[in-house]
Design a binder for this molecule. Structure first.
Ligand code: F6P
Length: 365
């Protein structure tokens, strides 16, 4: 496909849903049709739609009124990997490589390039397709904000707002009942949501996967607060947070998923442990998928629109097999192969970590 003029594109959304996906789809479709006169195919349910040959032509009418709507009108899947597709065979799961079938589906429909909107898993698969000759442009999505190569992903700002509002609400119960309230937020291997929402919500303790905590230190900190007359504490914990000598809390394993581990439950575990050790009254709240829902913030709508527009502009200029990124305030792109298999975690010397420490927030160390 190298060097071939692009006349028709496909667009898909992969991985977990996230506020702003529709804003990207809208920008991609409108820019493609309006500025470049392209044919656009909307692939349903991420890579599953490629595997099952499910896609529809898209025009202006299909993307009107979706800018403010959460989720994705195309549907998504975080279990369908065309290179390792799980097929149930009796009681066993067998894995099949269906990537060539997907390429055939695209060729039959004369689709010249694919816009893949997704996180690390989606980009890893996109990079594999690129190696097989497909022209790809990636757009960085995830509430976790952990995609390598970009300073920010769309969806993160909305998730932080949702989590911050939840922390604000929990504050009143904490202070009225003199409790330790633990708010568990998403973030498997990166604690960006916990860090930003924790600082914004004035959390006393922030626990992130990058900084394994010492339970004794967390308990000392909340007890010391109550000694000083602060009879409540707020602990914000990323779902991937773990004790120095402990493990992440796994809620379930999803067979066939590229990353089969689903986390969840560190909040209740901490409530039990802190309550047991300190005698303080503790409660946990797990925010879960609430963080992935709702209307995107203005920041995420504009970021998503810029990402979608930039993806099309770069593709039509001949850039291929790249991920659109925002780096130091500038929209550009980097090769997909640099992104695949890597994530962006919170550096221990990040300015917000230092600011949090300066205002006496504990990271449990
Ligand atoms: O990667 C996004 C994310 O929301 C993670 O923060 C979370 O651990 C995971 O997806 C949940 O996945 P699922 O929707 O399959 O439960």
């Amino acid at each position: 496909m190298a060097g071939k003029r692009i006349r028709s594109i496909g667009v898909l959304t992969g991985g977990g849903d996230c506020p702003g996906l529709n804003a990207v789809i809208r920008a991609v479709v409108k820019t493609a049709v309006n500025r470049h006169g392209l044919e656009v195919w909307g692939v349903q349910d991420g890579y599953l739609g490629l595997i099952e040959n499910r896609m529809d032509r898209m025009g202006f009418n299909d993307v009107s009124n979706i800018l403010t709507v959460g989720g994705t009108i195309l549907g998504t899947s975080n279990v369908a990997n065309p290179f390792r597709y799980a097929v149930q065979s009796g009681r066993q799961i067998q894995y099949r490589d269906l990537s060539n079938d997907c390429l055939r589906v695209l060729a039959d429909r004369e689709i010249d390039a694919l816009i893949c909107i997704g996180g690390d898993g989606t980009m890893a698969t996109a990079a594999q397709f690129a190696q097989k000759g497909l022209t790809i442009m990636g757009v960085p999505k995830t509430i976790d904000n952990d995609l390598y190569g970009t300073d920010v992903t769309f969806g993160f700002d909305t998730a932080v707002r949702t989590a911050t509002e939840a922390i604000d609400k929990v504050h009143t119960t904490a202070s009225s009942h003199h409790r330790v309230m633990i708010v568990e937020v998403m973030g498997r291997y990166a604690g960006w949501i916990a860090l930003y929402a924790g600082v914004a919500g004035g959390a006393d303790v922030i626990l992130i996967p990058e900084v394994p905590y010492d339970l004794g230190k967390v308990c000392e900190y909340v007890v010391e607060r109550s000694r000083r007359g602060k009879r409540f504490s707020i602990v914000v914990a990323a779902e991937g947070a773990k004790a120095k000598d402990g493990q992440m809390v796994i809620s379930k394993r999803v067979a066939g998923s590229p990353d089969p581990i689903r986390l969840g439950g560190i909040g209740p575990v901490l409530a039990e442990q802190i309550g047991g050790r300190t005698g303080l009254d503790c409660r946990a709240v797990i925010l879960g998928h609430i963080q992935r829902g709702g209307t995107p913030t203005p920041h995420d709508r504009t970021l998503a629109t810029n990402f979608g527009f930039t993806a099309l502009e770069l593709l039509m200029k001949g850039v291929k097999n790249h991920l659109v990124v925002l780096k130091n305030g500038r929209f550009s792109s980097i090769p997909l192969r640099l992104v695949a298999g890597r994530i962006r975690t919170v550096p221990r010397n990040h300015s917000l970590v230092r600011a949090a420490l300066a205002v006496n927030t504990s990271f449990g160390t």
